[in-house]
Design a protein around this ligand. Structure first.
Ligand code: FRU
Length: 561
């Protein structure tokens, strides 16, 4: 909810900075020099590997503030990641699009800032496509343009009390996103007088041979269509009476998704809301249904009512949380992934607006989640989006240790068995939970007694991440705590798949049916791993711990990692 952010963080610094940023691009155009000369996030910036809380393989900006992933698009062997970026501060402010590319979604190269504020406003979230048929005329058939579709946010209009300060604009690049020009006819979708009117996600709808834009509009989404990315026609809207409404709707995405093990395709609509998440603050919900080029109709396998906590106003209608943890927001999927690959690839911002501006990192703020593959699984609760880390994670796997099957009663320290550094590791555990255990899982800790617990309680059937004693937690009231997610599967074997990276854990439970992403800030890195089962024993039926290597510059120089 950007205006809440503004109220909290519209500092003197921001007011001083904004005119300067806008002055750079008064004509709404951006030239090659423009995109390369002010490379605050440019390549060649060396990231200190030993900075406290800097993840080893999750994406972080080299310095300063980052929020939502934007414009994720695949082209010519590169997965582009643009992102909401404030190059002048470690708190949210005038938004630019930072830029990085990756060949495998794990190891990334930082590139110069792609989009700067201009006379129409700062650059809020949006998407990017490759215009293969040159429908826009902004490239050619031989060299199709990469086109970014984003929200211009005009702070002056907002300050003047207007309602039409968010409009949709285009920028295009002839050279794989290295340089960008703003489209001279911006805005391509003017504002009808609605304050929250943003975050366009555009797809090519092949059946109708047209572009479809999904836009977040206050408490719902609107679908627009276009033959050329420049003229947009309103087709329909969805959501006023569906899903969570604890906060404003933001950052939607609409895409077809095959059902695992069947020959069918359904459509998935992702919508982030802030606040109103299942464990407080911001979170992402989804709807399964059908889309015919005009209307999104939620349907069979749609899921149950949102599992909200008491006191949350969310829960009207139906919808399902994509991730029950507190730290996966504004995530969307990559465009233009080749049919020969066929995967639906997702990435989210690993923070929460409740405390994003206060987290105790140093010269930078925020990381992205690991890239994930999404599929649709037929579960006892209906069709559910299943999330799994991308298979390219294999490129950073190092040493690994199999944990022998064993009964666990109380605590079982496995640090000795795992001879390598556990601060960045993949842990895969299967427990037989039909024993007497009331609470089982894995504890990560340091020698200061700070810890994070990731577990499952058979009695309540809840997975959880407990970061209440994880180190620095006092920076925000909403941070410390034990956060839960209901289990879907009914079988005895409870599976925990964890991706741990210095300051975060991503839990993919029961083969990705239930997901929790959580960040934490211990005063020194976690060095110990314990299995636990309280009030009765549980059988560990299989286990494996694998070291995950750093992708940071200079990481090789650090001994003992
Ligand atoms: C989501 C969001 C978007 C907006 C952007 C501004 O986190 O509020 O709706 O475009 O952040 O940075």
């Amino acid at each position: 909810m950007y205006h809440l952010k503004l109220r909290s963080y519209l500092s003197a610094a921001l007011l001083v900075f904004l005119p300067a940023a806008c002055a750079k691009k008064q004509d709404g155009q951006q030239t090659k020099q423009d995109t390369t000369k002010t490379a605050a996030a440019g390549s060649g910036v060396s990231i200190g590997f030993q900075e406290a809380h800097r993840p080893r393989f999750h994406f972080t900006p080299p310095a300063k503030w980052m929020n939502d992933p934007n414009g994720m698009v695949y082209r010519k062997g590169e997965y582009h990641l643009f992102y909401q970026y404030n190059p002048d501060s470690t708190v949210w402010g005038p938004m630019h699009w930072g830029h990085a590319v990756s060949r495998n979604m794990i190891r990334r190269e930082h590139l110069p800032i792609a989009l700067y504020p201009d006379s129409l406003g700062t650059i809020f979230s949006g998407s990017a496509v490759v215009d293969h048929n040159n429908t826009s005329g902004l490239g050619s058939r031989e060299n199709p343009a990469m086109v970014a579709i984003f929200t211009h946010h005009n702070s002056e209009g907002e300050k003047a009390g207007r309602n039409d300060f968010q409009t949709q604009g285009l920028a295009f690049s002839p050279d794989n996103g290295r340089t960008w020009k703003k489209y001279a006819g911006n805005p391509v979708l003017p504002n009808p007088g609605i304050r929250d009117f943003r975050d366009p996600k555009v797809i090519w709808y092949e059946a109708g041979r047209k572009w479809i834009m999904t836009l977040a509009v206050a408490d719902h989404v609107r679908f627009y269509s276009s033959p050329d990315l420049k003229k947009w026609t309103l087709e329909s809207q969805f959501g006023k009476d569906a899903g969570g409404h604890g906060g404003v709707w933001e950052c939607p995405d609409l895409f077809p998704l095959p059902v695992e093990g069947r020959q069918t395709i359904r459509w998935v609509l992702l919508v982030s809301i802030n606040p109103g998440g299942p464990n407080g603050g911001s979170a992402t919900q989804y709807f399964v249904g059908d889309f015919d080029g005009k209307n999104f109709v939620p349907g069979q396998g749609f899921g149950k009512k949102l599992n909200t906590k008491a006191g949350s106003p969310a829960g009207r209608g139906e919808g399902v949380w994509l991730d029950h943890g507190k730290d996966n927001y504004a995530g969307v999927t990559w465009a233009n992934v080749p049919a020969s690959d066929g995967r639906r690839l997702f990435m989210g911002w690993m923070s929460n607006w409740q405390y994003a501006n206060e987290v105790p990192t140093g010269s930078w703020r925020s990381a992205m989640t690991i890239a994930r593959e999404l599929t649709l699984g037929n579960t006892p609760a209906g069709l559910r989006v299943i999330s799994r880390p991308v298979k390219e994670l294999a490129s950073i796997r190092g040493e690994s240790v199999e944990l022998k099957s064993r009964p666990v009663q109380g605590e079982a320290d496995i640090t000795r068995e795992v001879s390598f550094d556990v601060a960045a590791a993949e842990v895969v555990l299967a427990f037989d939970a039909f024993g007497a255990s009331r609470d089982l899982g894995l504890e990560l800790s340091n020698d200061k007694g700070q810890k994070v617990l990731i577990g499952y309680q058979p009695g309540t059937r809840n997975f959880y991440v407990d970061r209440s004693q994880s180190g620095k937690t006092g920076f925000s009231e909403g941070f410390a705590g034990r956060h839960t997610a209901p289990r879907i599967a009914a079988d005895a074997s409870v599976k925990l798949h964890l991706i741990i990276d210095v300051a975060s854990v991503e839990l993919f439970a029961d083969n990705g049916q239930v997901v929790m992403t959580e960040i934490f800030f211990p005063d020194s890195p976690f060095t110990k791993m314990k299995l636990f089962s309280r009030e009765g024993s549980a059988q560990l039926t299989s286990g494996k711990v694998t070291q995950l290597k750093s992708v940071r510059e200079g990481s090789r120089k650090v001994a003992g990692r």
